[in-house]
Design a protein around this ligand. Structure first.
Ligand code: GLU
Length: 509
């Protein structure tokens, strides 16, 4: 690494829909590397392909990054000195670079009509526009100069293609994979500038990375086949000395390890693949995201970082700050990482235990809006202290804790009804009254008080514990019963004992 060079990395998504977790991981690794090296993390929106542009996708990307705690130093909404940060707003500069390459003999005009390209493909099934076929096509290399001039003067639609060298190799050092070599004969003459004057991704990415002084590129392995074109462009444009270092991140694989994890795998296997809910603006279809399913951003980020990286120890839980501190390129695996949804949930469960109760409460509060909009902060925190151990997803909260907020609407009486008798009725009537005067209303004190009362009654412990639980929560579930009573408070506990007793008596009658 060139020590004097300021570290500047970019995440360059195309705003075409929901953000796949692989995309978030790419953003994360860029961010970790930048922050570790006191560098800048830039968000650049690659929206030159207008046919794939999707309304709302850019805002969605911003929201996903913000949710993960990945805050760009420069972006369309936080412009720095290298703007604009949307490729579509930078289009003026690209044509000149493409023309410069044509003048230098490194690129050429191609006038082939779509139907002519189609014909070439029909004649030769493996047709690629490249060193062995370009002279049979309609371009400024195959046509006489005068004809080329005429076509251009007439404003004939054309593209500009890079001229890949014949019989050469292109080699570069990938920071993750080491030396990578390409045979130029196997790389086609990629279009750099389209007929509508818009650059293709290949030209735009190189020009922008140069102009934005990008020092290191971390991107998905799916871009590796494009690397020779990009490297050649850096050289052809005369920028080789400023070329960034490259790292192609290993793929995130399907749970069985066979192939890249896709959105369809998520649908098929029942887990999200997007960071947050994505609503398709055309169909209105909603694809579920990790956030809405009940994941903490801390867990999501931690899980993503460990898909392809580890710190060399057994440690699995890392905060974003720790990831920044520990991140190292050397510890990125060079083979794909299998996605494991059960493991993702494990991270979430661990993080629910790791954060402070106050922090968890802040995540739970919006989920409670439908049930209990004006919940008391202290009460919510005491409920969480008793229930968080049972939560894998934040959205599990209501099913594990609703009885703290509403009294039972039905009682599971099957087991206790058979053995109910007048003695028990008398016991609970009496307990209700005696609790009115009981202090202090704490779990341990309540437990000793209740157990002493059982002893005094001469009945068995087991006979009177379950009924109390059922009166308080409606069934055979929930945390320690005296913790429940302590949290519910005196008035609510006594009221529930009385209502429960009434329900039992009327069932018994
Ligand atoms: N726009 C490309 C994408 O959508 C960026 C690839 C790169 O990082 O070079 O992933």
């Amino acid at each position: 690494m060139n020590e004097n060079r300021k570290v500047r990395v970019r995440f360059a998504p195309s705003p075409t829909g929901g953000l796949h977790l692989g995309g978030v991981r790419t953003a994360l690794f860029n961010y970790l590397f930048a922050k570790k090296n006191n560098g800048d993390f830039i968000l650049r929106v690659e929206d030159t392909d207008q046919s794939r542009f999707v309304e709302g996708a850019e805002e969605y990307i911003n929201n996903c990054l913000a949710w993960c705690g990945i805050h760009p130093d420069e972006s369309p909404s936080k412009p720095g000195e290298f703007g604009p940060y949307r490729q579509s707003e930078r289009k003026e500069s690209y044509r000149a670079y493409a023309e410069k390459l044509v003048d230098a003999g490194k690129a050429y005009y191609a006038f082939d009509l779509p139907e002519e390209l189609e014909e070439a493909r029909t004649k030769m099934p493996n047709f690629t526009y490249g060193h062995s076929t370009r002279m049979t096509m309609k371009n400024s290399l195959s046509l006489p100069e005068s004809e080329v001039r005429e076509l251009l003067d007439k404003g004939t639609p054309h593209v500009i293609r890079i001229k890949m060298p014949t019989d050469e190799t292109i080699q570069f050092e990938d920071m993750i994979r080491g030396s990578v070599v390409f045979d130029t004969n196997l790389v086609d003459d990629k279009v750099l500038l389209k007929a509508d004057n818009m650059p293709t991704y290949h030209l735009a990415v190189v020009v922008d990375d140069y102009q934005m002084k990008i020092s290191h590129i971390f991107r998905g392995e799916e871009w590796l086949p494009s690397a020779p074109v990009h490297i050649l462009l850096w050289e052809y444009l005369g920028w080789k000395n400023e070329m960034p270092e490259w790292a192609h991140l290993p793929l995130i694989l399907k749970p069985d390890g066979h192939g890249k994890l896709s959105k369809r795998d998520g649908d098929r296997l029942g887990f999200p693949v997007f960071a947050m809910d994505w609503k398709d603006p055309k169909s209105g279809d909603i694809t579920k995201g990790f956030r809405e399913l009940g994941f903490l951003p801390q867990a999501f980020v931690n899980m993503l970082a460990l898909l392809g990286w580890n710190d060399g120890t057994d440690q699995e839980l890392f905060s974003l700050a720790e990831l920044i501190e520990k991140f190292s390129l050397e510890r990125i695996n060079n083979s794909g990482a299998k996605f494991d949804f059960e493991k993702a949930k494990w991270y979430n469960h661990e993080w629910i235990q790791k954060l402070s109760i106050e922090e968890i409460a802040e995540y739970i509060r919006p989920l409670m809006a439908n049930h209990q909009p004006n919940i008391d902060a202290k009460y919510l925190e005491s409920v969480l202290a008793l229930t968080r151990e049972r939560l894998t997803l934040l959205t599990d909260f209501w099913s594990n804790a609703s009885f703290f907020f509403q009294e039972p609407t039905s009682y599971d009486l099957d087991t206790i009804l058979k053995r109910w008798n007048d003695e028990k009725t008398a016991f609970f009537t009496d307990i209700g009254e005696r609790l009115e005067a009981f202090e202090p209303w704490h779990s341990e004190e309540l437990e000793s008080f209740y157990k002493l009362a059982i002893q005094a009654s001469g009945m068995k412990m087991g006979e009177l514990m379950l009924p109390l639980r059922i009166m308080l929560v409606g069934g055979k579930f929930g945390p320690h019963v005296f913790d429940i009573a302590a949290t519910l408070g005196k008035a609510e506990t006594i009221s529930r004992i009385r209502k429960g007793l009434d329900a039992i008596i009327s069932e018994k009658a």
